[in-house]
Design a protein around this ligand. Structure first.
Ligand SMILES: *[C@@H]1O[C@H](CO)[C@@H](O)[C@H](O)[C@H]1NC(C)=O
Length: 114
């Protein structure tokens, strides 16, 4: 098996858990039941009658080769897309070798909530 085949296989093992907070309070900013709104720190809130809950990014583990790939999140996207680490590897159009973390060649990375 070629090394690149192994990397592709591991890159698919992304595990994602959302962190959920429930507030027993009126919905913020006059939001009504069923409405969803987004906060700047990659959170999404949903309004119910007398409470609302907010979800944010959980803990994710990605296994990849740090000598040829790095991950980046899209911080301008809304939850949950802003939680998803995107993998950039040598040969990709948007790849920038300056983003490689060669000092930390461990092959896995834990990405925690904001
Ligand atoms: C990030 O997300 C925004 C909003 O969805 C999108 O317009 C933009 O193209 C994304 N950027 C990248 C690099 O994917």
């Amino acid at each position: 098996m070629r090394p690149s085949t192994v990397i592709t296989m591991f890159a698919g093992l992304t595990v994602s858990y959302a962190a959920v907070i429930v507030m027993m309070d009126q919905c913020q900013d006059g939001h009504k039941k069923g409405e969803t709104w987004y906060l700047a720190n990659c959170e999404q809130c949903v309004c119910w009658n007398d409470y609302y809950y907010c979800e944010s990014c959980g803990v994710q583990t990605m296994v990849y080769d740090h000598t040829t790939c790095y991950t980046k999140t899209n911080d301008t996207a809304n939850y949950p897309e802003c939680c998803t680490p995107h993998l950039y590897c040598e040969g990709d159009t948007d790849f920038n070798p300056a983003n490689l973390n060669l000092e930390n060649p461990a092959q896995w990375e834990r990405i925690s909530a904001h």
